[in-house]
Design a protein around this ligand. Sequence first.
Ligand SMILES: *Cc1c(COP(=O)(O)O)cnc(C)c1O
Length: 379
Amino acid sequence: MHIPFNRPHLTGREHAYIDEAKGFGVLAGDGEFTRRCSRWLEETTGTRRALLTHSCTAALEMTAILIDIRPGDEVIMPSFTFVSTANAFVLRGGVPVFVDIRPDTLNIDETLIEEAITDRTRAIVPVHYAGVGCEMPTIMDIAARRGLIVIEDAAQAICARYASRALGSIGHFGALSFHETKNIISGEGGALLLNDPAHVARAEIIREKGTNRSQFFRGEVDKYTWMDLGSSYLPGDLTAAFLYAQMEQAEEITRTRLRIWATYDAALAPLEREGLLRRPIVPAHCTHNAHMYYIMLPDAEARPRVIAALRARGIHAIFHYVPLHSSPAGRRFARTGSSMSVTEDSSGRLLRLPMWIGLPDEVPALVAKIIAEAISGGR
Ligand SMILES: *Cc1c(COP(=O)(O)O)cnc(C)c1O
């Protein structure tokens, strides 16, 4: 058996749409398929304006420019996240201030945010780990009281909700990823959700190399020129054509992933009852998107044993983030704003299981059996 950790899912319409895009004759950014993707995002998330980008990283970088991050400005975020959450602000001279995560969802611990706020704090970046929502009402309340901007790193959170609201549409900004490891993909890809109409005009300029070309194409100005800071953050229309084929199937993809997730969850329930591991916790007010199935092992020593046992049967399971505060660049560019005990403990015990459409039906039960043997065998 060979069960990779991830296998990109194709809907079958990608090629047809790429051919159609070629026929439209616009291969650069902001062609017909880019428009369709933006409209889809606006309709499904309720955001005011969605801009496609090359990546979630690019969308996060755009927010750092949009909110004028200056050297020394602080941005509160979890340490248990992907490097781009921090790097986007460090590129502008900002200082990530890491706070610990909650032991249940592994999302930022909202009760620690206020203590980490200083005179230099400008923004909070909640990361919706595994497509499970952070405590957004509390975070938005803190931000409103302290005059801070909220940027949701919703890279893993397409089609997921907090209560009735789409993740990425609740803060001032939301950043999505369509990297091939995510639920809805275009190889590399992303989007910036602008939830406050006040940011739309400048975001369009930053995304188009600092020019007002977007306004020019809409006929709002008679020539376009250099207006502001900016870079090239827009994907070509062939990428958008591929992505649109995925978006059309987003509900179906999410439903199928949720079914696989539930199969793992049922197969692993007896192991949790025996105290061998903990399964993911999804609060009742969160609708997740089955981006990931992970387990928390009893201790860090069990993890290499479980990985090796699965590997011996051809099943590829992997751990996740090295906490950023302990990384070389994290130590250089960032600081901690709270104890990191939950982050350090959880990151050492977490294991992600293969989760992709087409995963053979027997895998979850087999994985559960191998894990039970590997954990018990080491005791
Ligand atoms: C995948 C991911 C990113 C980066 O997304 P790209 O589209 O590859 O730039 C950022 N943050 C988190 C939490 C992610 O999971």
